[in-house]
Write a protein of this length. Sequence first.
Length: 235
Amino acid sequence: KDTISDPEQIVKKYVDKMDSPPGEDCIICMEKLTVASGYGDMTQSMTIQPEMVGKLKKCGHSFHTLCLLAMYNNGNKDGSLQCPTCKAIYGEKTGTQPDGKMEVYFMPHSLPGHPDCGVIHIVYTILPGIQGPEHPNPGKPYTARGFPRHCFLPNNSKGKKVLDLLHLAWKRRLIFTVGVSSTTGEVDTVVWNEIHHKTEMCSNTSGHGFPDPNYLDNVLAELVAQGVTEDCLGH
Ligand code: NAD
Ligand code: ZN
Ligand code: ZN
């Protein structure tokens, strides 16, 4: 967790102030960067004026600084910011996955398409509970359907790398979220969060099974999009 918890300080540390804004629109409020932020009346700030424009330091995209503050305050306020244009991540992105456990087993079987190695078996367990302030309806219950959920990876070098990154994503609360299930339409329930898992080992009736020659590369890209990269593994 970031030791600076003031949202204005967090937003300011990721941007350089622009003295002459470019003639583009701010894609957060859709107003021109040369005029005041469209969030000027909704977002109060002592230190950020509605005319201020900031350029994100790594990717160079620019927005009203107040719009970035409004966006930050609308999220889970974990000290990180994601560029709405290119999805570049500033700081360490965390999610809203409820409490639970992630267990890993190794099996001697093999997966369709991976005849020459064993299987990594991941079991996620999440129980129903009460939503926290980071969830869509704080104080209301959430359901947790179809748990424990069983997932499979080939036990080869790329599969082991994906497993390490999934462990990190789990610690950062990025594997599941609480929201609306696109499969069932149920609200206030635990759902997968943009990191695809293979939930069938031998069959492929749901489309979430093997063989799938692109799966490991696809999930690595999805992990990168959440800020979970090999650089984070520290070796
Ligand atoms: P969702 O339907 O909101 O979808 C979120 C993401 O998960 C999507 O990207 C989707 O492609 C992916 N996904 C959908 N079905 C999947 C599956 N079977 N295996 C792996 N990934 C899948 O997410 P959700 O509500 O968490 O539902 C995902 C799956 O969970 C459902 O298809 C269903 O098989 C299972 N589920 C089971 C129960 C139950 O009572 N047994 C209840 C709800 C969901
Ligand atoms: Zn704006
Ligand atoms: Zn960007």
